[in-house]
Design a protein around this ligand. Structure first.
Ligand code: AMP
Ligand code: ZN
Ligand code: FE
Ligand code: FE
Length: 276
């Protein structure tokens, strides 16, 4: 007797278009092996994995929706915003993405400069990504050069928020990010509220026109999920969730280790079908 496999959709992971170590195709193959039914690749500040990846997804019978994880700032604090089911070719997405590319270029140069001053030179040509380059690429280059013995050491000592080689960079506001996602008829979610400094910060963000909240996130206990599900219900928000898988650069976080069920996925899927 064959057993029905429960529907699971992992809507948060990173590919070689940002700081993940697997290509979109390799992520899809892994998703198939893990028997996931739904997927979204949410690269930092880039939707460049789309539309190419859709053909492969259809072949593997995985329901895929477009996704992106935009970096934003609210009153000096970093906020990650997940956008889903938007029109992939819409200029509002590509122009915000280009703006981030420029922001990252300037910021990376400043961070490399700080490292140089501390006796750890790294060339820009040592940072590899198909689109968005950031701190994990710098951490990897530091590891390759032998300046540190692990990626986490690079963050803990030098690159983490407010560490000596950290640069905030030109802020891009939450409202601007929400506008770009909505202009492309997408849905905007607060990513990993579990990592926010407190719930009042999340409530303050929710005064802006968010469509939903990332309620499931890897490595957090069920009690934490309940807290965000309760808030989503109170505010009539949509639910999303996923692992935040990055591949080998972030060991210990497996694809599919966090996911949403068919009911939650259906809202995003229907939205995308009406939007193609
Ligand atoms: P950036 O977009 O350049 O600010 O880099 C942010 C990314 O760095 C995050 O999305 C994570 O993938 C990674 N990151 C942040 N903090 C750490 C940490 N302490 N250890 C490992 N990776 C981290
Ligand atoms: Zn990342
Ligand atoms: Fe994030
Ligand atoms: Fe992420």
């Amino acid at each position: 007797m064959s057993q029905e496999i429960a529907f699971r959709a992992d809507l948060h992971c990173h590919s070689t278009y940002s700081d993940g170590t697997l290509s979109p195709r390799e992520i899809l193959e892994l998703a198939k092996n893990l028997q996931l039914s739904g997927l979204s690749i949410t690269d930092h500040d880039s939707a460049a994995a789309y539309p190419n990846v859709f053909t492969e997804a259809e072949k593997l019978e995985i329901k895929m929706i477009p996704g992106v994880e935009f970096s934003a700032m609210h009153k000096g604090t970093s906020v990650h915003i997940l956008g889903y089911s938007f029109q992939i070719a819409h200029p509002s997405i590509s122009s915000l993405s280009e703006k981030h590319k420029q922001r990252r270029k300037e910021r990376n140069a400043l961070m490399l400069n700080k490292l140089k001053q501390m006796g750890m030179p790294i060339l820009e040509s040592e940072l590899h990504s198909l689109h968005s380059i950031g701190r994990p690429h710098i951490a990897q280059a530091m590891l390759n050069r032998g300046y540190v013995t692990s990626i986490s050491e690079a963050f803990n000592k030098y690159l983490g928020d407010n560490k000596p080689c950290y640069i905030k960079g030109t802020p891009i506001e939450v409202q601007e990010t929400l506008d770009a996602i909505h202009q492309a008829n997408g849905l905007a979610f607060i990513a990993h509220p579990h990592l926010a400094k407190d719930i009042s910060f999340v409530r303050e963000l929710l005064k802006m026109p968010f469509d939903g909240l990332e309620c499931y996130y890897a490595r957090f206990p069920k009690t934490d999920h309940q807290r965000w599900l309760k808030l989503a219900k109170e505010k009539s928000l949509l639910i999303c969730g996923g692992s935040d898988f990055h591949g080998d650069i972030k060991p210990g976080i497996a694809l599919g280790s966090s996911w949403i069920d068919q009911e939650a996925f259906q809202h995003l899927w229907t939205h995308y079908q009406n939007n193609r």
